[in-house]
Design a protein around this ligand. Structure first.
Ligand SMILES: [Fe+2]
Length: 306
């Protein structure tokens, strides 16, 4: 029998820490099995040429600056040694799902909640939940760019503003209704930028979204297929556009640069304050009870000024 290792959904270590309710954990590197290491090598080897062709130059610079190892699952402490001097961001190991507000709060504190398990080697192509290949090979290289890192921080600040705002709504039904709509809009914004965004560059359209950067099939499909609609980023579309996670995206948005992305996050906050996200079109993503609660309880745990 092979060692259980740290395979997604099959890791006893993860089950144990989750049963204790622990979100932040250490990366027990010694538990990665040889099969886990081989899965990393396969994933990296397949996608590398596609990165060179389709990824944003800042992402490639990030891969170099992090000294991402093609031959071994990365150790977060090594990644952080390279990352922190560049943007003061760090990857922080988590046991799995992180409630929405807690996730955004981490971003505000320049920490990226990072999954440490790796997908089963038999399903290299698709898995709905994040793994270390998605989080470290897909997300973290972008965090080496200061402006991009600041976009994430700004996003965390928007979440803080939302928590404060909705907690001031006296009527409970109205409070929940508006919060649900705003979180939906924020999730859509995040999806169509940080996860599936395209950016215009001197070399044409390039991929900066991590869902694309960690998908061998979709990174090519999103730029080459005539079936994909690629439109300039438009906030009113993005926050109202539902998305589905189980297939390639038929519709993606293009930003003009990292500064443009930052401006749009700032605009998102202004729109939230104006109530423009209070009545968004329904549909995916569904906002869970736990995500709603995480916003409502945000300040009770961390009072302002504490
Ligand atoms: Fe992601």
């Amino acid at each position: 029998m092979t060692a259980p290792g740290l395979t997604t959904k099959q890791a006893p270590f993860i089950e144990e820490v989750q049963s204790r309710g622990e979100i932040y954990i250490r990366q027990p590197y010694e538990l990665y099995s040889e099969e886990n290491q081989e899965t990393w090598r396969q994933l990296y080897k397949r996608i590398r040429p596609r990165w060179e062709k389709y990824a944003h130059p800042k992402f490639m610079e990030g891969v170099r600056n992090l000294a991402l190892d093609p031959h071994a699952v990365p150790r977060l402490e090594n990644i952080n040694q390279f990352l922190q001097p560049l943007s003061n961001f760090r990857a922080k190991a988590v046991s799995g799902y992180v409630p929405a507000y807690v996730f955004f709060e981490c971003l505000k504190n320049r920490e990226f909640p990072t999954t440490i398990t790796i997908r089963d080697g038999k399903t290299l192509d698709y898995l709905p939940e994040p793994d270390i290949f998605h989080d470290v090979a897909g997300h973290v290289p972008m965090h080496t760019d200061r402006t991009f890192a600041d976009v994430l921080v700004r996003f965390g600040q928007v979440a803080e503003c939302v928590a404060e705002m909705v907690q001031g709504i006296p009527d409970e039904h109205e409070r929940m209704r508006r919060l649900d709509s705003i979180i939906k809009g924020m999730a859509r914004f995040f999806w169509f930028t940080v996860e599936f965004g395209l950016m215009r560059t001197n070399e044409g359209l390039k991929v900066y979204g991590s869902g694309l950067l960690s998908s061998y099939g979709e990174i090519e499909h999103v730029l080459e297929s005539p079936e994909v609609q690629r439109y300039p980023f438009q906030l009113e579309w993005v926050v109202n556009q539902y998305f589905e996670i189980h297939h390639y995206q038929p519709l993606v948005y293009i930003v003009e640069g990292f500064d443009h992305l930052y401006e749009e996050v700032a605009r998102l906050e202004a729109w939230i304050k104006d109530g423009k996200l209070d009545n968004l079109s329904p549909g995916e993503p569904n906002v869970s009870e736990e995500d709603l609660r995480s916003f409502l309880e945000a300040k009770k745990e961390h009072p302002v000024g504490a």
